[in-house]
Ligand binder design. Structure first.
Ligand code: GLA
Ligand code: ZN
Length: 676
């Protein structure tokens, strides 16, 4: 990408505030009111035109840009910058009449119909040509528009259709395989096709992993996920390159959804390298868990995908959404806590889906900045208040969130781990990642996520929740990390298979045997609802569930021992000294509170000083950089809290001096710019 492309939306300094703006859903007289109210709320950035293809090109080749010209001019006149969409996630009805093959096909052969959005076969040549054409025309027309801050390509690649299984995708897949493997014999070896007589004589014989009578080849399924992800990325890069060429200097983004519960089909490590600005959409999943912990995790993952650099929250909700089984409203103050918690973890602003709540269509019950009830509403008043808060925090722009520890994460391992016929369906890698994250959050440690092959030397502690797929290179990386003084915590079912889902040669866990100083002779998952007891230092007891193993120490010391079941008297938790570092291994599933015991011991090895006593659910995060050092305190509890300050400073939302212990009222946020 050109050196000159900025890594943030072009526009005024300070943080961004706004949302998706869909004026095409409203008569023109509403637009003037929109502009006036955007000024009132302090909106300075909106995403426009994401779904507007059928309005920009109502018939093939017949373009109508006049209305969009007017929208951009109006926004510009009101000081609002535009994140301009390429509408390629929603091709018009006429396009599908002409090219019915562009509708995607499921693994069992169902072809989707028009009438929603995102119904796209990304291998389809007609789709690619049409997407390139509308992108070119938008870039030619708006490259120099003064309102243009950033391009918003497509929408949420990877959902609602993560892969298509049509004949055109089959042909594309074969070409991808031929590029990836030197020969069909190399593929046969990698996929283990000697098993169940699946050997191929040529690439031409290979299909996508369509419906099969019983379990299909896991390596084929894993490669198809890689292929589907790469195909989406090809189309993003195609649009991005058109935009870079025709509008040099304007950054290009596409909105990610890093929360696994919202999109798990794209490898954001790879995507993060392709965009100029990492942007994310985040929605609270109200399934009874602590939503602010899940939010923090998604924000940390987004920042990590951005390489630690600032990113931008492009969508979240002011209140309830409309697509979960039950969609509660946010409590008073919760929206601001959510928004500013994202800012604490590196977002350069807070944008929402959407500006004005729709009256028609599938999302009319989704909250917005300007609700059906208009300005005399709680949501609107909180939006205006938040706009002022975001403005007051402008100085944090460009600063970086400081992390304490790293958690390894890899989408490819996640894909492999979710393939069928594994030792226990009760083991869920996402649950393990969530649980370790939650335990670290409760220790008030800020987490960076890291790719298993990334440089880990900056982190005193690295946690590996359940990294089933681990390359030899990743194993060597972890070994170096520990030998050079790092502290590693590894959870069970890590380091099992290589990049082709083949079990590493020799005893499990292949690339981790030396670093952990042990082998695992057998997995012994527990019956549904079953538990297992562990005894540790000083006779302390813990209970695990779901998983146990026959661990054989080969150098590691046993710290906790199983006391019942088939694994009684065998090691449950081990610790191995290697070089200047230490590697812990945990062979059962512990809930976050029990994990804390283990993480406490590992944190001691890592010489991470315990955080000054902070109440649970009072989140403290630091951002720092050229403009200074900022402490964010987010109080998710119903009680007032005190947060110790390491230096005096100025609280930016109240503009009051703060020293010693910072008062953070119940459910409030405080941000102190520390002196010095
Ligand atoms: C996604 C989409 C938006 C909207 C919201 C609703 O993030 O990008 O267009 O549908 O969900 O929550
Ligand atoms: Zn297809």
């Amino acid at each position: 990408m050109p050196e000159t492309t900025p890594r943030a939306p072009r526009g005024p300094s300070g943080l961004a505030f706004g949302g998706d703006y869909n004026p095409e859903q409203w008569p023109r007289d509403v637009w003037d009111e929109d502009a006036r109210l955007m000024r009132e709320a302090g909106v300075n950035l909106v995403s426009v035109g994401i779904f507007a293809w059928s309005l920009l090109e109502p018939a093939p080749g017949a373009h109508e840009f006049g209305w969009l010209d007017d929208v951009l001019d109006l926004l510009h006149a009101n000081g609002v910058r535009v994140d301009l969409g390429t509408p390629t996630v929603a091709p018009p009805a006429w396009f599908y009449r002409a090219h019915p093959d562009a509708l995607p096909v499921t693994a069992d052969g169902t072809r989707f119909s028009f009438g929603s959005r995102g119904a796209i076969c990304h291998s389809n040549a007609d789709y690619r040509a049409a997407a390139a054409d509308i992108t070119t025309r938008l870039a030619e027309r708006y490259a120099d528009h003064p309102a243009l801050a950033m391009w918003h390509v497509h929408n949420e690649y990877g959902v609602p259709v993560s892969a298509c299984y049509c004949d055109s995708c089959a042909a594309h897949f074969r070409r991808w395989l031929a590029r990836t493997y030197d020969s069909v014999d190399a593929l046969n070896e990698a996929w283990g096709t000697a098993f169940w007589g699946q050997r191929y004589a040529s690439f031409a014989e290979i299909d996508p992993p369509r419906a099969t009578p019983t379990v299909g080849n896991p390596a084929q399924a894993l490669d198809y996920r890689r292929f589907a992800d790469a195909t989406l990325r090809e189309n993003f890069v195609m649009e991005r390159d058109i935009l870079h060429r025709l509008a040099p200097g304007v950054p290009v983004t596409t909105n990610f959804m890093t929360a696994l519960s919202q999109c798990d089909s794209v490898d954001y490590w790879a995507w993060g390298r392709e965009v100029d600005v990492v942007t994310n959409d985040h929605y609270l999943i109200t399934d009874g868990r602590r939503t602010h912990v899940n939010l923090a995790m998604a924000a940390d993952l987004t920042r990590s995908v951005a390489g630690g650099a600032p990113w931008l929250l492009l969508e979240h909700s002011t209140s309830g959404v409309n697509w979960q089984p039950r969609n509660p409203a946010k409590a008073p103050g919760q929206m601001a806590r959510n928004s500013l918690a994202h800012v604490a973890r590196g977002s350069e602003g807070a944008l929402f889906f959407q500006w004005r709540q729709s009256r028609r269509g599938a999302e009319k019950f989704h909250s917005a900045m300007l609700p059906h009830g208009g300005t005399d509403t709680r949501v609107w008043r909180e939006v205006v208040e938040l706009g002022a808060a975001v403005e007051a925090l402008g100085a944090v722009r460009g600063t970086r969130t400081e992390a304490d520890v790293a958690v390894l994460w890899d989408w490819q391992s996640w894909w492999a781990q979710n393939l069928q016929w594994h030792p226990s369906e009760d083991h869920d890698p996402r649950e393990r990642a969530d649980a370790f994250y939650e335990a670290l959050y409760d220790r008030h440690l800020t987490v960076d996520f890291a790719h298993p092959e990334a440089d880990l030397s900056a982190y005193p502690l690295v946690v590996v929740p359940a990294l089933y797929l681990m390359t030899e290179a990743a194993g060597a990386n972890l070994r170096d990390y520990v030998e050079n003084g790092g502290t590693l915590v590894v959870s069970y079912f890590s380091g099992i298979v290589d990049e082709h889902d083949a079990v590493h040669d020799g005893p499990v866990p292949g690339p981790l045997r030396d670093v952990l100083g042990l082998t695992v002779e057998e997995f012994n998952p527990l019956p549904a609802g079953g538990g297992v007891r562990l005894r540790g230092p000083g006779g302390a007891e813990l209970t695990g569930d779901v998983w146990t193993e026959f661990v054989v120490p080969r150098g590691a010391e046993t710290v906790w021992t199983y006391t019942d079941g088939l694994v009684a008297r065998r090691p449950a938790v081990t610790r191995n000294r290697l070089g200047r570092g230490t590697a812990w291994y945990l062979s059962t599933r512990l809930a976050p509170a029990a994990l804390d015991v283990l993480l406490g011991a590992a944190a001691e090895d890592a010489r991470i000083a315990p955080r000054a006593a902070l109440p649970r659910d009072v989140e403290v995060v630091r951002r720092s950089g050229d403009s200074g050092s900022y402490l964010f305190a987010v109080n998710h509890t119903a009680s007032d809290a005190k947060v110790p300050l390491e230096a005096p400073g100025t609280e930016l939302l109240t503009v009051e001096r703060a020293a010693g212990r910072l008062a953070v009222p119940a459910e409030a946020v405080r941000v102190v710019r520390l002196d010095g």
